[in-house]
Design a protein around this ligand. Structure first.
Ligand code: M6R
Length: 365
């Protein structure tokens, strides 16, 4: 039932404050991550983990890419991420005491399931799935299970599944991190920030009207470029996937530092550039990347916070997101990008919930 909403996708975007709160419920105390959320055997296994291999497809793969930044910077353990269709057919090297992690909304994605079956023949410490479908194949086949509490996702474009996966992955990062130098104090700070995610996401949703107006500027465009740096790069990748999936605009994502190595040649007045730009340590670098884009006549759409003080002009549309701690910025900055793709699709009149050529769950190779 879509309730008051015109599409399932919009309903699911707006459900995020509720389902994110549900995904956190019982998984954190005021200051700590509660490991039982990963299964009764989790703690003993986590004690041994020295590295993480993540495998997933599509949007779930992007969640994994965000987690790589977290795992290496916060948990101080190596983390590899790969799409399942590549992983499953490759001879892989498995470092000692590596945890094999799959991420899947449906739990039935054929390539991800096949990758897990391959992994079970290798020398992994154990397998963990982050999943939204309780009775699914991936849940049955994995040693450890973390259930996201997004509820049924009907729209083909994944929205609430992604942000709840990010919550799960940050809880995992903290759980592993506390065994590798993450202090109780740092954990408490991160947990406090996580507890604000539902509210911050609700604030981001209030940008809806502004984004709807902005979306009209994309309607006649054939291409768009999404830029981010650091942990915001996979957020930009996810923004580009959403746009291409439901509005059929060709959207590419790049780490902003790569512009000069090729994509800058594409930039002209017909190429909207979307930048994910919270005020973090890479902000100044990103700003100078964006100045280069502007100098070539590119039209910029910058998702930023007040602290970044991004000047708007005829060629630069700045959408101000409430300022949040770096650790939760990926969850919060995903929201305006979801809304952007939704409204662009509406302007273009595409079938938002059932985009052409796509299925909700890819159960064949
Ligand atoms: O159910 P899964 O999370 O395993 O699905 C993976 C992808 O098929 C899925 O995320 C797909 O990319 C979405 N349609 C993206 O919106």
């Amino acid at each position: 039932d879509k309730g008051q909403y015109r599409h399932y996708m919009l309903k699911e975007i707006f459900e995020q404050p509720t389902v994110l709160a549900r995904t956190l419920q019982g998984r954190i105390s005021k200051t700590k991550v509660l490991e039982a959320a990963f299964g009764a055997d989790a703690s003993g296994i986590f004690d041994k983990v020295e590295g993480v291999q993540i495998v997933a497809c599509g949007t779930s793969y992007h969640a994994g890419l965000v987690a790589k930044y977290w795992m290496e910077s916060i948990a101080s353990i190596p983390c590899q991420v790969e799409v399942a269709s590549e992983y499953r057919y490759r001879k892989v090297f498995v470092p000692k005491n590596t945890l094999f992690v799959t991420i899947s909304q449906s739990g039935e994605t054929a390539d991800t399931l096949a990758a897990l079956k391959e992994a079970k023949k290798s020398d992994y410490l154990a397998s963990l799935v982050i999943c939204n479908a309780p009775n699914s194949s991936l849940v049955r086949e994995s040693d450890l299970v973390f259930m996201t509490q997004a509820g049924p996702e009907i729209g083909v474009a994944s929205t609430k599944a992604f942000t709840t996966q990010l919550i799960a992955l940050q809880l995992l990062t903290i759980a592993l991190g506390r065994r590798h130098g993450l202090s109780a104090d740092q954990e408490a700070k991160m947990v406090a920030a996580l507890a604000t995610v539902p509210d911050e996401v609700a604030k981001a949703l209030t940008l809806d009207t502004e984004i709807k107006i902005t979306s009209e500027k994309f309607a006649d465009k054939k291409h768009a470029l999404f830029l981010g740096r650091g942990v915001e790069y996979p957020v930009a990748m996810e923004g580009a996937l959403k746009l291409k999936e439901i509005s059929y605009i060709h959207a590419e994502s790049y780490p902003a530092g790569e512009l000069k190595h090729g994509p800058l040649a594409l930039v002209d007045a017909d190429m909207p550039i979307v930048a994910v730009a919270p005020n973090n340590e890479l902000m100044e670098k990103l700003k100078s990347n964006l100045e280069e884009v502007q100098a070539r006549g590119g039209k910029l759409f910058v998702f930023s916070d007040q602290a970044s003080a991004f000047p708007s002009s005829d060629d630069v549309t700045v959408i101000n997101v409430h300022s949040v701690p770096d650790t939760i910025a990926p969850m919060v900055y995903t929201i305006p990008l979801q809304l952007l793709s939704y409204h662009v699709a509406i302007v273009k009149g595409t079938d938002v919930d059932q985009p052409r050529n796509l299925a909700k769950s890819v159960t064949v190779e």
